[in-house]
Write a protein that binds this ligand. Structure first.
Ligand SMILES: [Zn+2]
Ligand SMILES: [Zn+2]
Length: 134
């Protein structure tokens, strides 16, 4: 069987839509290489490893910051244009669990809007409480 090097596989994947690539269950390293390749002509130089890791976590329904599963739980969308992922037909803001919101113990409910720090770029951003299947 033909054996492809990892770099060749990433090169091939870079022709695919991100929604298809997510279904392949890639390791974080491969996913990051895919994103780097796909975004190479876009301004993303300021993005740190934490951004790639957070985007990876969110693609698999985990908290951007701590990797807790978000599936049916109330969680928070961080409206941060620095840290959004815009690619193909998706436009994803970072999603974090309630434990990762620096909210001074304010209660966050569905639809609630608060201002707190983005987990990635540490700017003050709007946070919205959401549930995935509601
Ligand atoms: Zn979290
Ligand atoms: Zn941010």
């Amino acid at each position: 069987m033909l054996k492809l090097s990892e770099d060749m596989i990433i090169e091939v994947l870079s022709y695919l839509d991100i929604n298809d690539v997510i279904k392949l269950d890639l390791s974080f390293d491969c996913f990051k290489k895919y994103l780097v390749l796909r975004l190479k002509n876009k301004k993303h130089n300021s993005y740190k490893n934490i951004w790639y890791k957070g985007v990876y976590n969110n693609q698999y329904n985990k908290c951007f910051k701590c990797e807790r599963y978000l599936l049916n739980d109330l969680h928070v969308l961080v409206i941060c244009n620095n840290c959004t992922l815009k690619m193909d037909d998706i436009h994803n803001y970072p999603s974090i669990c309630l434990d990762c919101v620096d909210s001074n113990n304010r209660i966050i409910s569905r639809g609630a809007i608060i201002t707190s720090y983005c987990p990635c770029c540490i700017n003050k951003r709007m946070h919205i409480g959401i549930e995935s299947y509601s």
